[in-house]
Design a protein. Structure first.
Lengths: 276, 239
């Protein structure tokens, strides 16, 4: 089996930080704000890996640092410390050592990101089809007819009526916007896809169909995914392995069925016991 | 002499419940061996930790102590108690199957796809997997009209048959069965006994929990009896 991503010691501190940030925050201290300097330790010393075709779940409450983790990997945020290696066929990229242009190139060509908030992932000033075209253009595609055909195929695949591809995203329902976002992320068939709370806030039947779509894509394209959610049901459905985060730390990780059936950490036990 | 493909030594499992400050003991000091072509039956009263043994081997539970040595198809020896998660996932995909007491399935998935899934995961094409799945469902006496609907609305007995069909379809090298025939009628039980015999004849090793002594008699080559653990302990008293 092939490794796609390896993250080592990833940390992100908002604020100036001090030497005691790490010791004075975390689940044992019950806070992620350093009492010495007031900095927010959003993520501290995260290490994990991801294999080809695998879905890794990251679960935790709001503010646990789960989104920060994927945002640094997608270059939305700059990490304070740590390294991440992306294995792309024969080449290996040291993600945080790349310059901005190289990072953008990688994000445009090899990664995909779907945000909870469609406003972050979609350009609301242009049509649904235009959003997909934008991503194809950024990855170097130039032929109008190819782009048009590809956008039609992608929207059909994600069950958005292709007849509506020239409409603005604001005309769409939340679930549809999410589908357009997924279509856009998939446009370049990225080997690595980040999904940040993609079903949060959608109604249940829409959630279900988006989750079905994600599973189908994973089976068809063997895309490796990191799925961030606070919903145990999403984890159970999608992820083979799961990490549990609290106050910026990974407090537990393991096979998803083990995390749900035999949770070790007090917090995970509480989380599992309180889920519906 | 034949060598076991699975060997548990001193396997124990207890649950530490932080919220209640309690340790719930389950399996304790279990020794067990499973051989290719043979069925090892786990017997003992409710609460003796039989299911915990199977869950430990499948790593749905993290073993508290002891070793679970498994010899893979390519003759490597892996301690399932401590093996890397990727390795466990790989073994689940290719070598180790588990039929639990309750059928777990993705919502909205047709029964025939639920059953075909382990074969697809092994890399078999969908068409082949689907036709094998239909054969299995027929063997389990599941009416054909139910094949294309989700098992969500099935009766307990039907779900269990679907679960068995899914567990047996990929012919795992090591199959764990947790009371596979608990809610089946005698006719289906006979069908299951036949399928399990076939699987044994093809060289799979089985570890199974049975409550019915007559089934143990019919199928088991070895029997391991577990005894219930001691009282529930307070975490603080134990240390």
């Amino acid at each position: 089996m092939k490794k796609v991503l390896e993250v080592d010691g990833l940390s992100k501190i908002y604020g100036k930080g001090c030497s005691q940030c790490a010791q004075l925050t975390g689940p044992d201290c019950d806070t992620n704000i350093c009492p010495q300097c007031g900095s927010v330790v959003a993520a501290h010393d995260l290490s994990f890996d991801l294999y080809e075709g695998e879905i890794l779940g990251i679960i935790g409450e709001s503010g646990s640092g789960k989104s920060t983790a994927v945002k640094t990997l997608y270059f939305d945020e700059e990490p304070t410390a740590g390294s991440a290696t992306f294995y792309d066929g024969q080449t290996k990229h040291d993600l945080f050592e790349l310059n901005k242009a190289q990072q953008r190139h990688l994000a445009n060509h090899r990664f995909g990101m779907v945000y909870q908030n469609p406003h972050l992932g979609l350009n609301f000033g242009i049509s649904a089809g235009g959003n997909i075209a934008e991503r194809l253009l950024m990855s170097g595609e130039r032929s109008y007819s190819t782009i048009r055909a590809r956008a039609t195929a992608l929207l059909t695949r994600t069950e958005v009526l292709p007849e509506r591809m020239d409409e603005l995203p604001k005309n769409f329902s939340g679930g549809m916007q999410q589908r357009v976002q997924i279509a856009k992320a998939l446009a370049i068939e990225p080997p690595l896809l980040f999904l940040d709370e993609v079903t949060t806030g959608l109604d249940l039947s829409v959630q279900a169909s988006i989750l079905d779509l994600i599973l189908e894509i994973q089976q068809e394209l063997k895309t490796s995914m990191v799925v961030v959610t606070h919903d145990l049901g999403v984890i159970r459905l999608l992820a083979g392995r799961t990490m549990v985060m609290k106050y910026g730390r990974i407090i537990e990780s393991g096979l998803t069925d083990q995390i749900l059936e035999d949770p070790q950490h007090a917090y995970t036990q509480r989380l599992v016991a309180s889920s519906l | 002499m034949q060598k076991p493909i699975l060997k548990l030594e001193g396997f124990s499992k207890h649950f530490l419940l932080h919220e209640q400050d309690k340790v719930i003991p389950s399996s304790h000091g279990v020794n067990l061996e499973a051989y290719a072509g043979k069925l090892t039956a786990l017997i003992g009263p409710t609460g003796a930790g039989k299911s915990s043994v199977l869950n430990g081997v499948y790593r749905t539970y993290l073993p508290s102590s002891g070793s679970i040595l498994y010899k893979t198809k390519d003759e490597r020896c892996v301690d399932l108690a401590t093996a890397d998660e990727h390795q466990i996932l790989d073994l689940r995909r290719h070598e180790i199957g588990f039929v639990t007491q309750f059928l777990r399935f993705l919502p909205r998935q047709a029964t025939q796809d639920v059953v075909a899934q382990p074969l697809c995961r092994k890399g078999v094409s969908y068409e082949v997997a689907l036709s094998r799945s239909q054969e299995m469902l027929a063997a389990m006496n599941i009416p054909e009209r139910l094949w294309s609907v989700s098992p969500a609305t099935f009766s307990g007995g039907e779900k269990q048959r679907v679960n068995l069909a899914r567990g047996l379809i990929a012919k795992p090298r090591l199959l764990l069965l947790d009371e596979p025939t608990a809610s089946l009628d005698p006719k289906t039980t006979d069908a299951v006994v036949e399928l399990i015999k076939d699987l044994k004849a093809e060289g799979s090793a089985l570890v199974a929990i049975f409550h019915d002594p007559s089934l143990v008699e019919r199928m088991a080559d070895d029997v391991v009896a577990l005894t219930p653990p001691q009282q529930i302990e307070k975490k603080s008293e134990k240390i």
